[in-house]
Design a protein around this ligand. Structure first.
Ligand code: NDP
Length: 282
């Protein structure tokens, strides 16, 4: 049996088409959704992510502005810029592209962004709202994964979801969102002993590690849903996920590819959150 592909590129395109209409309606009411992205330094991966966000914003009619700051900018200057953006009524969403240079405390930056403009969903206020099941800006990657699962009517309630990875931006929040929908959740990480013991029990396996081939067919249960969040660049420049796709595809019921999987969904959910901010819904 070969697993059904959950194609994030196509689903993201569908969502962007729907969002175009929402933006047209908002513009008729005199509101143009506006996202400001702050890019510090010249990390090539960050630059490429920001380009992708700009392009997708333009496609749906969201006005986006990228503010580039040198890698030597002080923490104080960055925080001051964020405060100015917080006070600027024409800016609906603020995103500071991570990672930041070492001399800047990321958490301080995240907490300076107004929760009502935090379209990344990283502010502790929004994380708290997510944990307590309230409407809020959900972090984009986990939100994208949930949207992919829903798009295939994959049942979550009562299912055993195993998450590999416990970062604040992917692992922890995706576990919480699955729990909110009544899954039984297990978290694994680098200190987990005998990973296979957990992964082979998963009905839904989310892999967010950042290392190629962490998971192969021996790790997965027949008929499980496998979501590969990892983005790893190989020496030849190509991208690959954390899952050995060719072997796992034969065993899973559903699987996400890399590329064309979770990545495009992350950007689509950022646009969704920006439109939500422009509507003043949080
Ligand atoms: P982090 O590096 O912050 O977290 C990685 C997690 O994997 C950690 O919790 C770590 O454990 C765990 N881990 C590392 N090695 C192992 C191992 N051998 N076995 C089990 N667990 C392990 O990464 P992110 O969460 O930010 O990202 C994960 C991956 O997803 C990356 O490839 C990243 O590029 C990608 N990504 C993709 C996105 C998309 O849109 N598709 C968006 C964001 C990220 P510990 O906590 O113990 O260190």
């Amino acid at each position: 049996m070969s697993a059904e592909l959950i194609n994030g590129r196509d689903l993201a395109q569908e969502l962007r088409n729907q969002m175009k209409d929402e933006v047209i309606a908002l513009k008729k009411d005199g509101v143009t959704p506006h996202l400001t992205v702050v890019l510090v330094g010249d990390n090539p991966a960050s630059r490429s992510y920001v380009k992708g966000k700009e392009k997708a914003s333009a496609e749906v009619g969201i006005q986006s502005k990228v503010i580039e700051l040198p890698g030597t900018v002080s923490e104080e200057e960055l925080l001051q810029l964020i405060n100015e953006l917080n006070d600027n009524n024409s800016v609906h969403g603020i995103l500071v592209q991570l990672p930041l240079p070492k001399h800047i405390q990321e958490q301080k930056v995240i907490e300076t962004i107004s929760p009502s403009k935090d379209v990344d969903g990283f502010h502790p206020v929004n994380i708290g709202r997510m944990m307590t099941g309230q409407d809020t800006f959900l972090p984009c990657t986990p939100f994208g994964i949930m949207t992919m699962l829903h798009s295939k009517d994959i049942s979550i309630e009562g299912k055993h979801a195993v998450i590999i990875g416990r970062s604040n931006i992917v692992g922890k929040p995706i576990g919480q969102l699955l729990l909110n929908e009544n899954a039984t959740v297990t978290y694994c990480h680098s200190k987990t002993k005998n990973l296979k013991e957990f992964t082979t029990k998963a009905d839904i396996l989310i892999v967010a590690v950042g290392r190629p081939n962490v998971i192969n067919e021996e790790h997965v249960k027949e008929g499980s849903v496998v979501i590969d969040v990892g983005i790893n660049r190989l020496q030849d420049g190509s991208l690959t996920g954390d899952v050995d796709f060719d072997s796992v595809v034969e065993k899973a019921s559903h699987i996400t590819p890399v590329p064309r999987g979770v990545g495009p969904m992350t950007i689509a959910m950022l646009l969704h959150n920006t439109i939500k901010a422009a509507k003043g819904l949080t």
